[in-house]
Write a protein that binds this ligand. Structure first.
Ligand code: 2PG
Ligand code: MG
Length: 414
């Protein structure tokens, strides 16, 4: 069957944070593929810009001028679509058309091809291979740029059920941790009214040290109850803590300022005390050496780079040379086209990095993230725990398991 693009349309809709989001419909045969671009709040300096200077409306106007170039193009040709987008906008960060458009066009095209061919999207991305589920990683308590004053300085305290054998049980384990975290917060703060941050994690009036205790207790409680190991993860989102002018990490809520060495020691003390499975962005994005030092020093904890690599293959190769990190965040909209993100996953695999396919804090209700995670054989999918836009990705894994499984779980650090 032919999978040529017959037509495509763009519009502005809204994401889970109520911001304007770029959405595209791609028509293949009688099928409509659809995708809307997510958006970050704590972004890395090297990310594709979401919109041209003329904003979301300008991005839709620009789309009208170039979209006819995609008519007749094969919607399955993920790499070709990326190339065409780079021809249309040769700027390094999609400043002319916006990275949001590059995301939405390429993901909607594969969605359309998938519907037309009746082949699941993950197989169009990953081809003929043995598929296994990524471990769901979800934010259960948080602060930083995703929540208000008074919440922790650290952006995300996460849960990852590393001992689970089935994806359904893994997803449920994170939900149980999320529930237990609320119970534990209420014990510490009688006035807690159940407030949540952008990704559905509880946003309590607690400092980082209390938050670490709460989440570590909750993952241990749930491990005991459910009969397999659930571990803690942390995303420092250091770009939000680091002040480039003074060169210190500013934990304003606790009134603490840490030098680079002190920050490294703080991270190592957390690893020592809580044995988290996962640490993301423990240092500012320019600090490749610092990442390498931490990676060497932490045997059983993944050191994952988000803002340092921004889904960019050259930055990852630079990191790989010195052993900066052993895990990478893959966010398609950080780079733009799906094809570029798949290229990044190949570089990550070749250099033995664990891949974490991730949502953004401002999300759509699209389930596509689950297919991208499976398609690139990621070990972990970071997509929150509750909230419609988060659960949409997790429920898709459950459906895939029923329709094409049961699939094994990927191997992840224990
Ligand atoms: C992160 C993400 C997702 P944002 O820092 O990893 O959790 O947040 O989308 O705001 O960059
Ligand atoms: Mg991050």
């Amino acid at each position: 069957m032919e999978t040529q693009i017959k037509d495509l349309k763009a519009r502005i809709v809204f994401n889970s944070r109520g911001e304007k989001a770029f959405e595209v419909d791609v028509i293949v045969g009688e099928s409509v593929g659809r995708a809307s671009a997510p958006a970050g709040a704590s972004t890395g300096g090297g990310e594709a810009v979401p919109f041209p200077p003329s904003g979301p409306e300008g991005a839709v106007e620009a789309f009208k001028a170039y979209s006819n170039k995609f008519i007749g193009f094969d919607a399955c040709d993920i790499e070709g679509l990326a190339e065409l987008l780079h021809q249309i906008d040769p700027s390094p960060s999609f400043t002319n058309i916006g990275g949001a458009a590059a995301f939405a066009i390429t993901v909607a095209a594969v969605d359309a091809a998938s519907k037309a061919l009746k082949v699941p999207m993950f197989k169009l991305i990953g081809g003929d291979k043995v598929y296994a589920h990524p471990y769901p990683l979800g934010n259960v308590l948080g602060g930083g740029k995703h929540a208000g004053e008074g919440s922790p300085d650290i952006q995300e305290f996460l849960s990852i059920p590393v001992g689970s054998r089935r994806v359904y049980d893994a997803i449920y384990a994170n939900i149980l941790v999320h529930k237990d975290v609320r119970r534990l917060i209420e014990k510490l703060d009688k006035t807690f009214a159940g407030g949540k941050g952008d990704e559905g994690a509880w946003a309590p009036n607690l400092n980082d040290l209390n938050a670490l205790e709460v989440v570590s207790t909750a993952v241990n409680n749930v491990s005991d109850k459910i009969g397999f190991k659930v571990k803690m993860g942390i995303d420092f989102a250091s770009g939000s803590l680091f002040d480039p002018k003074t060169g210190v990490y500013n934990y304003s809520r606790r009134g603490v300022k840490l030098t680079k060495e002190e920050q490294i020691n703080f991270v190592l003390s957390i690893i020592d005390k809580y044995s988290p499975a996962y640490i993301e962005d423990p240092l500012f994005e320019d600090d490749f050496e610092g990442f390498a030092t931490l990676t060497k020093a932490s045997k059983n904890t993944l050191i994952v780079g988000d803002d340092i690599f921004v889904t960019n293959s050259s930055l990852l190769l630079k990191g790989a040379e010195i052993g900066a990190g052993n895990g990478v965040i893959l966010k398609v909209n950080q780079v733009g086209p799906l094809g570029d993100a798949i290229g990044f996953a190949k570089v990550a695999k070749a250099n033995k990095y664990t891949i974490v396919v991730s949502h953004r804090s401002g999300e759509s209700v699209d389930p596509h993230l689950a297919h991208i995670a499976l398609g690139v054989s990621s070990e972990i999918m970071k997509s929150g725990v509750v909230g419609g836009e988060r659960i949409a990705k997790l429920n898709e894994l459950i459906r895939i398991d029923e329709l094409y499984g049961p699939l094994k779980m990927m191997k992840v650090i224990k």
